[in-house]
Design a protein around this ligand. Structure first.
Ligand code: KIV
Length: 276
């Protein structure tokens, strides 16, 4: 019986409504970042619920230190590539730094470009009260919005560090009030990044939309990780919250070493790998 239930859950196309149902059913939501067609196809086939075309592409794909440099055009390129590889997952795209903050018209234009040019299903924006106008304007165009509170990498130069956020009462109170505000505005889900597990639990229990955590403990409605971290492509990023499920870095390194050896020793290509 449990097999039948889980197979129907993995076949159904994921929508914002399904995520809401999952929260009500207390069924955890799995979310992962994706930046390209081939990996998105693998993640979708594995049954991931939500794929986030994260602006972490700026770090893990482009090699920048922060998420700030990535452009709207680059995000659209990644998003369109992911969309082509996916049949079931809901695809959410980060609106990049500089294309929505402090300007709701820019937020609307950026979000519409993302939706039209990539074919994705929703956008994500970082912030609470300070981006309320942008969130409302994007929602008014019928574009689903996912919120993001806690550690907000686009504001790294304001925070100064990547340490755990909202440990102090004042910041925790603002986070709770921002979460409620985003729910009232009409966001369909909320990401909470790197905050105390107790606070994340309180937020998840006090709002009705799904709360997806990264470094926010297990008492939320779902989890998200950066796929390059989960797969062990990145090696120098080891926060407490990260669980590595593979060591792709070593696998790729060893494979390329063997290839180089085979080319140098004339072992590759052999007769079977050549045309007559
Ligand atoms: O860009 C990203 O990868 C993200 C996740 C860390 C949630 O926003």
């Amino acid at each position: 019986m449990s097999t039948a239930k889980s197979s129907s859950a993995t076949e159904r196309k994921v929508t914002t409504h399904l995520l809401q149902e999952m929260k009500v059913r207390n069924e955890k939501i799995s979310m992962l970042t994706a930046y390209d067609f081939s990996m998105a196809k693998i993640f979708d086939r594995a049954g991931i619920d939500v794929l986030l075309v994260g602006d972490s592409a700026s770090n893990v794909i482009a090699g920048h230190e922060t998420t700030l440099p990535i452009t709207l055009d680059q995000m659209i390129y990644h998003a369109a590539s992911v969309v082509r590889g996916v049949e079931r997952a809901l695809i959410v795209v980060d609106v990049p730094f500089g294309s929505y903050q402090g300007n709701s018209r820019a937020a609307l234009e950026s979000s519409i470009r993302i939706m039209k040019e990539s074919g994705a299903h929703a956008v994500k924006m970082e912030g609470g009260e300070e981006i309320k106008e942008s969130v409302l304007r994007v929602l008014s165009a019928g574009v689903p919005v996912m919120g993001h509170l806690g550690l907000m990498p686009q504001s790294i130069y304001k925070f100064g560090t990547y340490t755990v956020r909202a440990r102090e009462e004042e910041e925790a109170a603002k986070l709770i009030s921002d979460a409620k505000l985003l729910e009232e505005c009409g966001c369909f889900a909320l990401v909470l990044e790197k905050i105390p597990a107790k606070l994340a639990k309180k937020v998840a229990q006090s709002i009705s939309i799904p709360v997806i955590g990264i470094g926010a403990g297990g008492d939320v409605d779902g989890q998200v990780l950066v796929s390059h971290d989960l797969l062990g492509v990145t090696q120098d990023f080891n926060p407490r919250f990260l669980r590595r499920y593979a060591d792709i870095n070593t696998i790729a390194y060893e494979a390329v070493k063997s290839y180089i050896e085979d080319v140098k020793s004339c072992d590759f290509p052999n007769k079977d790998e050549s045309y007559a």
